[in-house]
Ligand binder design. Structure first.
Ligand code: SF4
Length: 298
């Protein structure tokens, strides 16, 4: 059995992962007004979109314990129901019927043994959508190799470049080396992001959310990613909001300032990244889902 907190269509991911030419996604290049701006090289946004929404499956539990977790209701408080392999496969097939552009497995790592046979079963029964592995980056190479050939799009976070900070905020040891090895393995498996008709079909996107008062951490993350491969698609996120236990850590008990975010954005450009997205809006509490509601994203 696998524990799932919520499933359904949602539009909270990067444009080619949700298939929506959403008005809140602005092209403003270097001018960050609102929504997400895209970096220079992507040219897919204006292609026709025929489907709508990522087919999200939010699994209960997480292998990290982030003090600022925005989804702590499901990842740390174990909200959710139990589903068999067959039921999980049927959820995937239902999401496909509803018009999802992919199957977005959110924080799947601890459930890989249950997810693997469900993907195989869903494929046998007609699932054609890309499978997205939407993780926190703390994925062992062994687990990723178990998923090889089953996952089409890897969407890991790369949260930290400093193990002390990872231990302090996420209660995890050896995050940095694990995430570096994971990104390399993911890139080896699926290569760069491939987009057809505005929809991501295969490849890698690495996310990094900027934390207040932790610019050196962000610079280090971008530096490490640039050393892995400068052509990786990066999603630089500006949606930090002090949730959960963040108030116990004064330095992260506020949103990221515009100046802080701009410094990270400028460093990303200095390093030479050209693929991906930069989240333009300031962090907003209303971006945070409430999983106690039937429609958590509304
Ligand atoms: S990795 Fe994400 S889901 Fe897991 S505890 Fe941290 S913020 Fe929450």
């Amino acid at each position: 059995m696998v524990k799932v907190a919520w499933f359904g269509l949602h539009t909270g991911e990067e444009p080619p992962l949700v298939g929506v030419d959403n008005k809140i996604i602005e092209i403003a290049d270097n001018e960050k007004k609102c929504g997400r701006v895209k970096l220079a090289s992507l040219t897919t946004r204006h292609q026709p979109i025929t489907s709508f929404g990522a087919g999200g499956i939010f699994f209960t539990g997480c292998n990290l314990r982030c003090v600022f977790c925005q989804n702590y209701q499901i990842f740390q408080e174990n909200l959710g129901g139990l589903y068999s392999t067959e039921e999980l496969a049927n959820i995937m097939l239902d999401l496909q019927k509803q018009g999802a552009v992919n199957i977005d497995l959110v924080t799947p790592t601890i459930w890989w043994k249950e997810i693997k046979p469900a993907i195989i079963l869903a494929r046998e029964r007609g699932l054609t959508l890309p499978i997205v592995w939407n993780s926190n980056g703390f994925d062992s190479v062994e687990i990723l190799r178990e998923m090889k050939g089953l996952v089409d799009i890897y969407l890991p976070d790369f949260k930290y470049s400093d193990d002390e900070i990872a231990l302090k905020y996420s209660g995890i040891k050896n995050y940095v080396e694990t995430a570096k090895l994971a990104v390399r393995e993911m890139l080896d498996q699926v290569s760069y992001l491939q987009i057809e008709n505005g929809i991501a079909k295969r490849g890698l996107i690495v996310r990094h959310m900027v934390l207040p008062n932790n610019l050196a951490n962000s610079f280090g993350v971008l530096q490490m990613l640039s050393e892995i491969d400068i052509s990786i698609h990066i999603s630089l996120m500006n949606q930090y909001f002090p949730m959960h236990h963040a108030s116990e850590y004064p330095e992260i008990n506020r949103i990221v300032s515009e100046e802080e975010f701009n410094q990270v954005y400028e460093y990303l450009q200095e390093l030479g990244f050209t693929n991906g997205w930069v989240q333009g809006e300031k962090s907003q509490k209303n971006l945070i889902p409430d999983f106690r509601k039937k429609e958590p994203f509304k």
